[in-house]
Design a protein around this ligand. Structure first.
Ligand SMILES: [Zn+2]
Length: 583
C-alpha cells in the first residue's frame, strides 16, 4: 500500500523557494480521504502547483459547455511545454483524463497526488526524463459542479461527487464522434495537438461483486495493428499488473458477466470510436480505461488508480523506443492498408481461460418483491478458471478509397474533420466525376424509443454501390486516406462504420424525399414516358406479373414509374460523399 507523502519534502526538484512553505496538500488529504475535490478546489490546486513547480504548467484550452476553460496540466521535466517541440525531441506522451463521469472521481484526487509526487520524489527523475505527463484534472466540468451524494446508489464513497450527465445531460463518454459537447471539441483539439502515445481514462465500475479493486479495459481487439495490439496486451498489461500487484492491487479485465455472474465468463468491451479509448485508438494511441470496483471504499479505489497510473508511466519509460517504433509502424500500416474493418461483433465461440477471484453467488427470496434475488456471499471467496470472451469478428470490411470528396455544404462533417486536423485540399473548379457513390438501401434505428445521447443512431446500414456522373463544386474538399488520420477519416466517413457520422445522424437530411407528384397530372407524363422508354414499360409489366398486390394498386404503379423516371430526385438516399478508388 502507498505512503503518499512520506518523502515529500526530502527532495524537491524545480521547486521555487518562495513556495516551499506551502505543502500543497490536496482536498482529499485535507478532508481525510473520503472526499473528492470540487471544481473550484481542483482548479485552484492546479494553479498553485503551476506556481510551485517549474516543471508543471497548467494550460487553458477552449471553453466547455458551461463556459469554463478545459484545463490541461503538463508535467515536463525539461520545462518545455510545447507539444510541437516535445514531439521534435521524441518524448513519449501520456495523457490522463479524469471525471468524464464525475460520479467516478478517484482519478481526480489520485492525479493531484501523482503530479505532486512526480515533482518532488527522486524515484521519478529517470522516468520523467523522456516521458511527459498530461493531466485533464476534471473533464465533465458541468457534471462536476452538479454535486450530490446519491446519484451513484451502489458506490462506496466519496461523501459527495459530481453527476454523470453534462450540462445537457449527455454522457460525454459517447460523444467522441458526434461532438455535441464543447468539452469534446476542446478535447479533440488538445488530443490532436499532443498526439499522446498512451491515454488513461479513469472510472469506477458498475455490475458484479468480486475480490479485485482494480479492473481495466484496453483498445478493442482488431482496432490496432497486430504488433501494437500484442504489445499492449502481452507486454504492457502483464508488466503493469506485476507492478500493481506488488502495490496490493492485482488486476483483472473489466468485469461484464457473460450471463448473470462472472463464473459464467466475462466479456470484452467493444470500445468503438464513440468512447474516449476507441477515439484514441483511431490515432494508434495505446488506451486504457481504469475501472476500480464500486464496492471498495473510495480511499482504496484512489490508491489503485494511483498505482495503475504510476505503473503505466513507468512501463512507458521502460519501453520508450519500442512504443515510438510500434506507433510509427502503425501509422505507416494504416497509410498502406487497402481494407479496413468498420464494424465487428463479438465471437462467443472463442475465449481465453483466465484465473478469477470472485465470490460465490446464489439466489434467495427478496424482502422487497418476494421473488428470487441475486446475492454474492463475501464469506465464500473463490479462485476459479473462467472464460474471457474477447474476440471480435469483422462484420463489415471495406475497400479503402484513395480519396473521399466531401461537399463543403456538409459543413458539420467538414468542421469535425478540421477539428481533427485532417489534411484536405479544395477543388479549384466545379468538376464532374464518374464516381462510385453509395445509395442507402436500408438501416435500423429506434423511432418512438428513447434517444441515445441525443440521437436516434442508425444501425445495420445497408448500401448499394453504383458509378454515377456527379458534380462537385469549387471549394469542396478532397480528403486523402494517405495521412496519419486515415483511421479517423475512414471510420467516420464510411456510413457502415459502427460510429460513423452517418450513424450519428449527420446526413439524415438525405434520408427524406423532398419533392413528390400529383397523380392526376403525372398520369399523362407517365404514359408518354413509358411510350418513349419501352424497356421501362416492360419492367413495369414484369413487376405487375410478379406481384398481384402491386398489379391491383394504381397509386403504387404511378409511383413506380415516377421513381424510374428522370423526375425522381437523385439525391434521395444517396450518400453525399464521393469515393475516388483509383487516380
Ligand atoms: Zn465511467
Amino acid at each position: 500500500m502507498y505512503k503518499f507523502i512520506a518523502f515529500f519534502w526530502l527532495w524537491v526538484p524545480g521547486f521555487s523557494s518562495a513556495q516551499s512553505a506551502n505543502p500543497l496538500l490536496t482536498p482529499y488529504e485535507i478532508h481525510k480521504t473520503n472526499y473528492t475535490a470540487t471544481y473550484e478546489e481542483c482548479k485552484n490546486w492546479y494553479h498553485k502547483a503551476d506556481s510551485a513547480f517549474e516543471t508543471v504548467k497548467v494550460l487553458d484550452y477552449d471553453l466547455t459547455d458551461g463556459g469554463h476553460p478545459l484545463q490541461l496540466a503538463v508535467y515536463a521535466a525539461d520545462k518545455d511545454f510545447s507539444a510541437a517541440s516535445l514531439h521534435q525531441k521524441n518524448k513519449r506522451i501520456v495523457l490522463i483524463m479524469n471525471a468524464i463521469h464525475p460520479g467516478e472521481p478517484e482519478g481526480v484526487d489520485a492525479s493531484m497526488l501523482l503530479l505532486r509526487d512526480m515533482a518532488t520524489q527522486k524515484e521519478w527523475i529517470p522516468v520523467l526524463k523522456n516521458v511527459v505527463v498530461l493531466i485533464i484534472p476534471q473533464y465533465n466540468i458541468e457534471g462536476v459542479i452538479n454535486r450530490g451524494s446519491f446519484s451513484r446508489a451502489n458506490q462506496d464513497g466519496p461523501e459527495s461527487y459530481g453527476f454523470r450527465g453534462n450540462g445537457e445531460n449527455l454522457d460525454l463518454n459517447r460523444d467522441f464522434i458526434k461532438c455535441d459537447s464543447k468539452n469534446t471539441r476542446a478535447f479533440e483539439k488538445l488530443f490532436t495537438e499532443w498526439k499522446p502515445d498512451v491515454f488513461i481514462d479513469n472510472h469506477t465500475s458498475d455490475g458484479a461483486d468480486y475480490q479485485y479493486t482494480l479492473t481495466y479495459i484496453t483498445n478493442m481487439p482488431g482496432s490496432l495493428p497486430k504488433e501494437l495490439n500484442d504489445f499492449v496486451n502481452k507486454r504492457m498489461i502483464p508488466a503493469i499488473d506485476k507492478r500493481c500487484t506488488s502495490d496490493g492491487f492485482e488486476m483483472i479485465p473489466y468485469v461484464e458477466s457473460f450471463k448473470e455472474t462472472p463464473d459464467s465468463g466475462i466479456t470484452g468491451f467493444a470500445a468503438t470510436p464513440r468512447y474516449s479509448m476507441g477515439y484514441a485508438g483511431l490515432y494508434n494511441t495505446i488506451a486504457y480505461t481504469v475501472e476500480t470496483h464500486m464496492l471498495k471504499p473510495f480511499d482504496l479505489r484512489l490508491k489503485a488508480t494511483y498505482s495503475f497510473m504510476k505503473a503505466c508511466i513507468n512501463e512507458v519509460y521502460q519501453n520508450d523506443e519500442k512504443i515510438s517504433l510500434l506507433r510509427k509502424n502503425a501509422f505507416q500500416a494504416s497509410k498502406n492498408a487497402t481494407n479496413l474493418t468498420v464494424q465487428s461483433k463479438m465471437d462467443t465461440a472463442k475465449y481465453d481461460l483466465i484465473h478469477f477471484k470472485g465470490y460465490e453467488a446464489g439466489h434467495k427470496t427478496s424482502q422487497v418483491t418476494g421473488m428470487p434475488r441475486l446475492y454474492y456471499d463475501r464469506t465464500k471467496p473463490y479462485d476459479k478458471t473462467i472464460r474471457y470472451y474477447n474476440y471480435f469478428e469483422p462484420v463489415v470490411n471495406i475497400k479503402i478509397p484513395k480519396y473521399y470528396i466531401v461537399p463543403q455544404s456538409c459543413w458539420r462533417a467538414v468542421e469535425l474533420l478540421k477539428l481533427n486536423t485532417i489534411e484536405m485540399t479544395r477543388l479549384q473548379n466545379d468538376s464532374t466525376f464518374n464516381l462510385e457513390m453509395y445509395q442507402i438501401a436500408g438501416y435500423d434505428n429506434t423511432p418512438g424509443k428513447t434517444p441515445s445521447n441525443g440521437h436516434y443512431q442508425h444501425h445495420n446500414v445497408q448500401l448499394k454501390t453504383n458509378v454515377q456522373k456527379i458534380t462537385f463544386h469549387k471549394g469542396d474538399y478532397f480528403v486523402s486516406t494517405n495521412q496519419d488520420g486515415a483511421n479517423y477519416i475512414i471510420q467516420t466517413l464510411e456510413p457502415q462504420g459502427e460510429d460513423s457520422y452517418f450513424s450519428w445522424n449527420l446526413f439524415d437530411g438525405f434520408l427524406q424525399q423532398r419533392e413528390y407528384f400529383s397523380d392526376y397530372v403525372f398520369e399523362d407524363i407517365a404514359f408518354n414516358y413509358l411510350q418513349a422508354n419501352p424497356d421501362i414499360a416492360a419492367a413495369l409489366e414484369k413487376e405487375k406479373k410478379a406481384d398481384p398486390i402491386f398489379a391491383a394498386d394504381a397509386r403504387k404503379q404511378i409511383d413506380w414509374v415516377y421513381r424510374h423516371s428522370r423526375y425522381f430526385e437523385k439525391s434521395y438516399m444517396r450518400y453525399p460523399i464521393g469515393r475516388v478508388m483509383g487516380e
